[in-house]
Design a protein around this ligand. Structure first.
Ligand code: AGP
Length: 609
């Protein structure tokens, strides 16, 4: 997802823009640029590649000014190069824009504008916005932006700066997040809280279809049709050190090691050990709905979808309620059947994933109650859900999701426990055992993390393997999927997760001495079945790595390597089992000199289709 920042105020604008872009670079990008208004000149400086290149270039140019735009681009239309980098300008060079999103009718608009004499310089869809504004501009930039956006189909998080009106920025939002930071005699606009946290904790979240005129002293929010909207000023609570690496070489490693605390935070104030249940404040208004729910549909993408897959096992086993798990990107386009009594759980770390947002809107249109399970407070999915539960994992900067995943699983366990107990499906004693196991979980996570050196040594032996298989059964099958995704997305090694029992239906043909097969083989009712699958692979000379319970002397006989984790309640084993897989992927990626926090081609939050 592109990074957007705009500033107007007394400060030198270039350092503010570069600092904000730096705070957002974790999201992934391939080019960057700034536009600055100074001494009656609108100057645009852009680079392909990293923000460091932009900083070096700007250091050599003297660009004083107090109003400007900054952008990091994750290419959708047009190559990731200098020309296609934002900010983009109109034909007069007096209007600069930065845009996140996709303009779906850009080709038609471009043809129309070219027929009116506009000359385009880039391959981007976004450039049409600059020329449309130019087309409508007659001395009122706000009005020109409104008219231009009325022609646009698609999504945008947009900020506009006009040379002839140097005392304001125009921001508009439809489908891509934009936040306004309110300062003293200064204001900021950004696509991510991290870009403004050093300047203000008072923010306004723009909603879809809204436009804001931002000057040094005030912010006026309206709908695109000029209808005034009153926006709530919200406070940001996370601190700057939460978005810094501290002593760690990468954000991903920091976030893996934060998991004992992030899991504690996911449970804080929510575990009712005496009653053997859980309390989720965000669902307080839905007690009746949850008592009567007939089916859950869980929506998510990527790692969040894996969490939803485990949520299915949890809710069906602990609460006896039918669950279906859907890729949000598929659900939104297949005209799904949503029966009365359906509750949708939309799982999203960023709360901005466009497929998940669109799928939940589709479910709402069909009458479902939608509950969000998000990490980013105030995110679009969180705000558009009817209710929900924050996972409180703190900012997750590494593109590869780690602590958010285990916190999602923790919250899903709390939800399943609460549902099972309130519906009489789970007795008190069983509930108390689960709450006891949950309270012990963070320390057990620490025990797994203490084995990180052992896993780093294993990574040294596996770093050059071209393929991997990850296998398990039951609620640990989605953990196999997650382990494979972690390896793929940061080390670029091909890896597949599979239900262990499925191997004999084809994939076992892949097995030979060169194929590393990682089994999750911990306590649970399919443990013996997994051993059979391990023997099938062993018989074909597969190279076996197994995540096992401490003290397991059986599987050790078949495996080339074992990684031991503490025993826990079988419903919680996915939370422990995934951690060695996170670490293995991390160390292999580091050994392969990959960009662990910003893997190629990836963005932290996918706000474009
Ligand atoms: C996870 O490691 C990936 N970066 C990606 O699959 C991610 O989980 C997915 O894009 C969903 O993001 P969300 O949780 O913010 O919606």
């Amino acid at each position: 997802m592109c990074g957007i920042i705009g500033y107007i105020g007394p400060r030198e604008v270039v350092p503010v823009l570069l600092n904000g872009l730096k705070r957002m670079e974790y999201r992934g990008y391939d080019s960057a640029g700034v536009a600055v208004l100074h001494d009656g000149e609108l100057s645009v400086t852009k680079v392909s590649g990293k923000i460091a290149n932009l900083r070096d270039l700007l250091d050599s140019l003297d660009k004083p000014g107090n109003i400007g735009l900054g952008h990091t681009r994750w290419a959708t239309h047009g190559e990731p190069n200098h020309t296609n980098a934002h900010p983009l300008i109109d034909g007069t060079g007096k209007i600069a824009i930065i845009h996140n999103g996709i303009i779906e009718n850009h080709l038609l608009l471009k043809t129309q504008l070219i027929s009116k004499g506009h000359e385009f310089k880039t391959e981007t869809d976004s450039e049409v916005i600059a020329h449309l504004i130019e087309e409508f501009y007659d001395g009122d930039i706000e009005q020109a932006v409104r008219l231009a956006l009325s022609q646009v189909k698609g999504t945008y998080g947009l900020v506009v700066l006009c040379h002839d009106e140097p005392d304001k920025l125009i921001a508009a939002r439809l489908g891509s997040p934009l936040i306004i930071g309110l300062g003293e005699g200064e204001n900021l606009i950004a696509s991510d809280l991290a870009a403004m946290i050093e300047y203000t904790r008072n923010v306004i979240f723009l909603d879809d279809g809204e436009l804001a005129v931002v000057t040094r002293e005030k912010v006026v929010n309206t709908k695109l049709n000029r209808q005034t909207v009153n926006k709530k000023v919200e406070q940001i609570f996370f601190n700057i050190e939460e978005i810094e690496k501290d002593k760690y070489p990468h954000f991903m490693l920091k976030e893996i090691f934060e998991q004992p605390n992030s899991i504690r935070d996911a449970m804080r104030g929510r575990l009712l050990e005496d009653e053997g249940t859980a309390r989720l404040g965000g669902l307080h208004n839905f007690e009746g709905t949850l008592q009567e729910v007939k089916r859950f549909i869980i929506l998510g993408c990527g790692t969040s979808w894996h969490a939803g897959m485990i949520g299915e096992y949890l809710i069906e086993e602990l609460a006896g309620i039918p669950v279906e798990v859907e890729y949000a990107s598929e659900f939104r386009y297949r005209n799904p059947v949503v029966e009365p009594g359906t509750v949708v759980l939309a799982i999203s770390q960023s709360g901005e994933t466009i497929d998940t947002l669109a799928a939940m809107r589709e479910a709402k249109k069909k009458g479902a109650t939608v509950l969000g399970i998000c990490n980013v407070v105030g995110s679009t999915i969180a705000r558009e859900s009817d209710g929900g539960v924050y996972i409180h994992a703190g900012p997750e900067i590494g593109v590869a999701s780690t602590k958010a995943f285990t916190s999602q699983l923790t919250v899903l366990t709390l939800l399943a426990l609460k549902l099972g107990r309130q519906r009489g499906f789970l007795d008190k004693a069983t509930g108390q055992m689960l709450t006891q196991a949950l309270s012990e979980l963070p320390d057990k996570v620490s025990e797994v993390l203490a084995r990180s050196n052992e896993i780093e040594e294993l990574a040294e032996q596996l770093k050059s393997k071209p393929n991997f298989l990850y296998l398990s059964r039951g609620a640990n099958f989605p953990v196999a999927l997650e382990g494979a995704l972690k390896l793929k997305e940061i080390s670029y090694i091909h890896a597949e997760g599979y239900p262990a029992a499925e191997m004999k239906h084809g994939p076992i043909a892949l097995i030979d001495e060169n194929m590393p097969v990682l089994f999750i083989a911990v306590n649970g009712h399919t443990y013996e079945k997994v051993i059979s699958n391990i023997e099938e692979v062993k018989a074909r000379k597969g190279y076996i790595i197994a995540v096992i319970n401490e003290g397991d002397e059986v599987i050790r006989q078949f495996a080339h390597h074992v990684i031991e984790i503490p025993r826990t309640n079988s419903h919680l084993s996915p939370i422990l089992a995934v951690i060695p897989l996170q670490l293995l992927a991390y160390y292999i990626a580091v050994l392969r000199r990959c960009d662990v926090d910003q893997p190629r081609n990836l963005a932290k939050s996918v706000t474009v289709e």
